[in-house]
Design a protein around this ligand. Structure first.
Ligand SMILES: *Cc1c(COP(=O)(O)O)cnc(C)c1O
Length: 387
């Protein structure tokens, strides 16, 4: 075989700066605040429920829609938190993580050439998912301002063309830590209604919001429930990112379309984990409230440490992530900053890797604070010492 065997539509998705930074952390032994996964376990009762489900014999294929009890628990959870009712049989689909739910939605609903509006920067699977569906990503820039990250409403309006099929919204937002405001959701909903767009909302960080912030779902907005696929999952809510149990809620015709694609991607997966997550959504939301409080404290620990180390950080309203401007240490380029940072004993990832549009800002860097307080304290100490 000669040349790169990777199909043309996936060129550029072969390997990422995230892989490079993870390898750097392993090679140098630096504290890894690059990759966003928690270093403590989920609720003990949830973990026990998964073991019990294996022992009880939940080890064969789940139904194509997902375990019925989990679909019921997801519908109860959506009704409780957002007052949006869904029929567990026709309007809820369990997926192999939120990522596969999003990929299936793109594959199911986009013709080749269909345009998908995405706020930029974005979670790295979106661009790859759109490419696999042979769609076209239309970025709308989230600008780093003093008060946080925000988009220009005119830029959103200008991104819509006759080929626009879908708007993919992630709130709370990875990698910026932004939680979209009600006023912003008004604008986004208006845009979707006016141009008859399908909204796909990635809400995996729905419970990880701080300082009394409220997570809102676009599906709650007038006229939006029946054009929105609300996607979430257990990974972030219960600190079990390896379980890959996600779900898609929406009107029956859209969910049926996603199901058609998802059944030929994985069919469905993780029966025992699904049984356990149903239990978790009903019994362990108190643990999630404690996690939220813990994460807020860890965010403060890291943010205060950054200030001490002379690094300018943006306020994280949600998620696991803090954005830092490397210019405060004299770096115009976040990639260069991240390559040097292991000498200070810490690894982070340059935010430029999450941007899809032209001329991305180069100086932003993402740090994860979903680590034990002693790990964050050691990272802060190392940063201060190396200054
Ligand atoms: C972590 C993350 C996901 C992944 O969810 P899975 O359920 O593990 O597939 C999806 N979207 C965003 C924004 C994330 O941060």
């Amino acid at each position: 075989m000669t040349g790169d065997p990777l199909a043309a539509r996936l060129r550029g998705f072969g390997s990422s700066v995230f892989v490079e930074m993870t390898e750097l952390a392993i090679r140098t032994g630096a504290i890894n605040l690059g990759q966003g996964f928690p270093d403590t376990g989920g609720p003990p009762g949830l973990l026990a429920a998964a073991s019990a489900a294996v022992d009880a014999g939940h080890n064969q294929y789940p139904p194509v829609r997902g375990v019925a009890d989990l679909r019921a628990a997801v519908a109860e959870h959506r009704a409780r938190h957002y007052s949006t009712p869904y029929d567990p049989d026709e309007e809820v689909l369990i997926t192999t993580g939120a990522t596969c739910g999003i990929a299936a939605a793109l594959l199911a609903l986009c013709e080749p050439g269909a345009e998908v509006i995405v706020f930029d920067p974005c979670y790295d699977s979106y661009a790859a998912g759109i490419a696999m569906a042979a769609g076209v990503l239309r970025p709308v820039r989230l600008r780093a301002e003093e008060t946080g990250f925000a988009f220009d409403p005119d830029e959103l309006r200008a991104a819509v063309t006759p080929r626009t099929r879908m708007l993919l919204l992630n709130t709370p937002h990875n990698p910026t830590g932004k939680v979209f405001t009600a006023a912003e959701l008004d604008l986004i909903a208006e845009c979707c209604r006016e141009h008859d767009l399908i909204a796909v909302t990635d809400e995996v960080h729905e419970h990880l919001v701080y300082d009394g912030a409220v997570t809102r779902s676009l599906a709650q907005w007038p006229g939006m429930r029946d054009r929105t696929l609300a996607i979430s999952g257990a990974g972030k809510t219960f600190s079990v990112t390896g379980w890959k149990v996600g779900w898609v809620c929406g009107p029956a015709p859209l969910v049926a379309a996603v199901r058609a694609a998802h059944q030929y991607l994985t069919f469905n997966s993780g029966t025992a984990f699904q049984v356990a997550v149903a239990h978790g959504l009903r019994e362990h939301m108190g643990w999630v409230a404690d996690l939220r409080a813990d994460l807020a404290a860890r965010r403060d620990l890291l943010a205060e440490g950054m200030a001490k180390a002379g690094l300018t950080a943006f306020r994280a309203e949600g998620t696991y992530f803090l954005q830092v401007d490397a210019r405060s240490w004299g770096y115009a380029d976040g990639v260069e900053f991240c390559r040097d940072l292991p000498k200070a004993g810490v690894v982070a990832v340059p935010t430029v890797g999450f941007y899809q549009g032209a001329d991305p800002p180069r100086s932003l860097v993402r740090f994860a604070f979903c680590k034990r307080p002693e790990v964050l304290a050691a990272a802060v100490e190392a940063l201060c010492a190396s200054r």
